[in-house]
Design a protein around this ligand. Sequence first.
Ligand code: SF4
Length: 209
Amino acid sequence: MKLLLHMCCGPCSCYPVKVLREEGIEPVGYFFNPNIHPYKEWEQRLVTAKEFAQKVHMEIHVDENYMLRDFLKKALPAEEIPNGRCRMCYSWRLEQTASFAAENGFDAFSSTLFYSIYQQHELMRETAEFFARTYGVRFHYEDFRPGWQEGIDISHELELYRQPYCGCIFSEEERYSKALRKQRRKEAKAKKRARLGEENRNASVERMG
Ligand code: SF4
């Protein structure tokens, strides 16, 4: 099977490539990540993806365009909708991968995003399946998450750069801003209080009934 493997970065590719090869599939890497900012970080991840491919002797295609402005045009309106930004981000990357796979004669596509324990796995799976149908190319689903630690170990052995945040400037802020973390904790507590209040009200209504 000719499989196009979208690579979100070098370290996340370690385990999926190992497993696919054990299954007799030789993946071809595809780096397309308009969600990574700022420029130096995007460049570092691109260089690391190429370094990984070279170290494990894997063919790779890369999109060398840095697309901060295009990303922001899509992300800012999406921020208004709960979970909208990540939904848009998964869609963009998986659609581009499906489209590239179809145009270039691949039988199937997958993504190293399915290795991450931090991403929304089921949402990405539905999204990939949708674009597989749209572009007439198979989505090769595998849950690579059980190999999380093994992937980290391999990335250390290969001496790959490991990034400290998901990718976009929003996630960079979420990772480093103490004020934002404090605000998120406050919001979570307020939600919990509201939920408990609702449960208590329902319990009293039931008792009265
Ligand atoms: S947090 Fe990660 S998945 Fe969500 S929009 Fe940013 S880069 Fe994409």
